[in-house]
Design a protein around this ligand. Structure first.
Ligand code: ADP
Ligand code: MG
Length: 635
């Protein structure tokens, strides 16, 4: 391992490997297929970066998150390593240049987003590269058992066919036994090795609190932790609301969610990371790739989607090993909400058929025709017209799409958004009364709540109707206002459209992959059960995680709410016992002896069992004896 150490010092200037890194690197360099199960923040990236540099040739890295990928590539380049990334949305000429360069040996680490492997463009050249290792980051994405399955990940197996002799290193922080098994199968591991470190986080105190005044509970927890905090919430709107709540109370907090423009997102992330403000209120879009060691509190205002996701998010607290808190603010009501979401996600097939039927009538597609034809689809209007809730419509569209009956364009799920950046006062001062922009701004502010705080979904056709203008004109006005910086307009990517992949048929004849639907549903149900088990557990919270991740539990953590409560009960018992001992002592000293009946009368019904225990212990130790029906001190 001399070489690996040298590389660690030379490129990163780190003195030592962290737990788990060395055995993983060694296993890989011996040419073995390896699965590394290391918790978030353990330093998984180094496990492939070091071998990549230590061996002849280059390493292919598959990673699902473009932002993360770019980050690592920048980082590596700063350290003087030739690294490149190829992802969807990149210019083809750039992709070609990088691939050619890699074939010629000019790249040491080549990152791919998995979608890129589904296209054939790269195959010929990847085959010609001199590859020393295939690394699959976030490898749980390959498993349907995991919480983050991505179909594109299944394409990674092709890399193996192209380079059959190259070892694979799969890395993940998800260690549930089904996923561990599945990763090895899907990546065709040969006599693979699983290397794991414990998922125990001895410095984290896991707490669950069911409070009706969640904001207050959050505020208290933040004040108590006395340091940096992340507060996770489900909705984008809530991030803004809670951030304002805290700011109003003198705690500096900012909101973070995927709807913010990229420059604002990175500015806020940077501000938090560098300690300019202590509290980030975020959706789960915040976290991947953040690396702040001194987070003292991670609070969740809502239930997470899965226990793995929770463990990962909560695990961002206390990376520096100092005592920190992971607080889940949730109770029975939240559990019910999660259950309802589940129902919404999986509408009954009769419901899905009803949506299909209604689509046919709404779009006026005659039975037996429409194959391959596309129609404009406005989900809101459709939902209103047929009185089917919009989320049910969307969930049904997904199921129909998966089953191969229809295709839906991206924008059906992602409408246009507008966010007014200037304050109402500024708008008022600078606006020209009666102008077209002015009218549009007024309509926007009247119609869409929260439009000053964050991007909200808008419908250009509604705005056209409200202002009595043409659709195209609205688009032009919004674009203009965007350019002048008054608002931020993100148009739809494409037209919201639905395409029938077969001729319209009787909805009753639609077929679905029931086994797959059942599997999905069962997994989703199991995820909810796991969360429930965690919430309702009476034992040490870390034990729940250990059991879930298939690890042998050690002793109780002594930090979670359950352990602390058990301690408190223990302490209380100890104090009661002490008091009883003192009273017994007094009784024995007073008299020459007591018979059991008289002794019994000195204590209440509740006290007696403990008194009996004490007497038993004293008698075992020979401190007391019985003489002529009387109990007395032995001495
Ligand atoms: P993971 O992917 O397991 O969540 P990362 O690979 O992103 O973790 O690493 C987390 C942080 O730990 C990074 O900032 C990385 O530079 C740092 N790190 C990794 N290995 C070491 C080490 N041996 N010594 C010090 N810091 C390390
Ligand atoms: Mg990682």
């Amino acid at each position: 391992m001399g070489k690996a150490h040298q590389i660690l010092r030379k490129y990163w200037n780190y003195q030592d490997f962290r737990p788990g890194q060395e055995p993983v690197i060694q296993s890989v360099m011996e040419g073995r297929d390896t699965l590394a199960l290391l918790p978030t923040g353990a330093g998984k990236s180094l496990c492939y970066q070091v071998p990549a540099l230590a061996c002849e040739g280059m390493t292919l890295v598959v990673s699902p998150l473009i932002a993360l990928m770019k980050d690592q590539v920048d980082h590596l380049r700063q350290c003087g390593v030739q690294a490149e990334a190829i992802y969807s949305g990149m210019d083809h000429r750039d992709i070609d240049r990088i691939l050619d360069n890699a074939v010629l040996g000019g790249v040491k680490l080549l990152y791919f987003s998995p979608e890129r492997l589904q296209t054939d463009l790269a195959e010929a050249r990847i085959r010609r590269m001199q590859v020393n290792l295939i690394a699959v980051d976030e490898a749980h994405c390959i498993s349907q058992w995991g919480y983050d399955f991505r179909p594109a990940y299944l394409g990674i197996a092709r890399l193996r066919e192209w380079h059959p002799d190259v070892p694979v290193l799969a890395l993940t922080a998800t260690a549930i036994p089904e996923v561990v098994q599945d990763i090895q199968e899907k990546l065709a591991f040969r006599g693979g090795r699983v290397i794991r470190t414990t998922f125990l986080r001895p410095n984290l105190g896991f707490m669950v609190e069911d409070r009706s005044d969640k904001e207050r509970a959050m505020e208290e927890a933040i004040r108590e932790c006395g340091g940096c905090a992340i507060v996770y919430v489900r909705s984008r709107r809530k991030t803004e609301e809670y951030a304002r709540y805290l700011c109003d109370r003198g705690i500096q907090a900012e909101a973070f969610h995927a709807g913010l423009p990229p420059e604002l997102r990175s500015a806020r992330q940077e501000g938090w990371q560098s300690g300019r403000f202590p509290v980030m209120i975020a959706t789960n879009a915040f976290g991947m790739g953040i690396d702040k060691p001194d987070v003292r509190l991670v609070a969740h205002m809502d239930l997470p989607d899965s226990l793995e996701a929770y463990y990962q998010e909560a695990g961002r607290a206390g990376r520096d090993g100092k005592p920190s808190v992971a607080l889940l603010l949730a109770g029975a009501a939240d559990m019910n909400r999660l259950q309802q979401q589940f129902e919404v996600q999986f509408p009954a097939l009769t419901q899905v058929r009803q949506v299909y039927r209604a689509l046919g009538s709404a779009l006026q597609v005659p039975y037996g025709s429409g194959e391959g034809e596309s129609y404009d689809l406005d989900v809101q209007t459709f939902s209103r017209q047929f009185q089917i809730p919009a989320h049910t419509v969307l969930a049904s569209l997904r199921i129909l799409e998966e089953a191969g009956w229809i295709n839906v364009s991206e924008s059906v799920y992602r409408p246009a958004t507008v966010w007014i950046r200037s304050s109402p006062q500024v708008l008022h001062r600078t606006g020209q009364p009666g102008s077209a922009s002015e009218e549009l701004l007024t309509a926007l502010q009247r119609t869409y709540q929260g439009i000053h705080q964050m991007p909200v979904p808008v419908r250009e056709q509604d705005l056209a109707r409200l202002t009595g203008r043409q659709y195209q004109e609205i688009v032009r006005l919004l674009t203009h206002l965007d350019q002048t910086g008054i608002l931020r307009y993100v148009p739809r990517k494409d037209k919201p459209q639905l395409t029938f992949r077969t001729a319209r048929m009787d909805a009753d004849n639609l077929t679905f992959d029931l086994a797959l639907l059942d599997f999905r549903k069962e997994r989703a149900r199991e995820r909810i059960r796991a969360i429930r088990r965690y919430m309702e557990a009476q034992v040490c919270r870390q034990h729940v995680f250990m059991a879930y991740f298939g690890e042998e539990p050690g002793g109780p953590c002594g930090r979670c709410d359950r352990c602390l409560a058990a301690d408190a009960v223990g302490q209380e018992r100890g104090m009661k016992r002490k008091a009883l001992v003192a009273r017994l002592d007094q009784l024995f000293r007073q008299g020459s002896g007591l018979d059991t009946t008289r002794l019994r009368q000195h204590f209440t019904h509740e006290e007696w069992p403990m008194v009996r225990d004490i007497l038993q212990a004293w008698s075992d130790e020979g401190m007391i004896r019985e003489s002529k029906g009387q109990i007395l001190y032995a001495g």
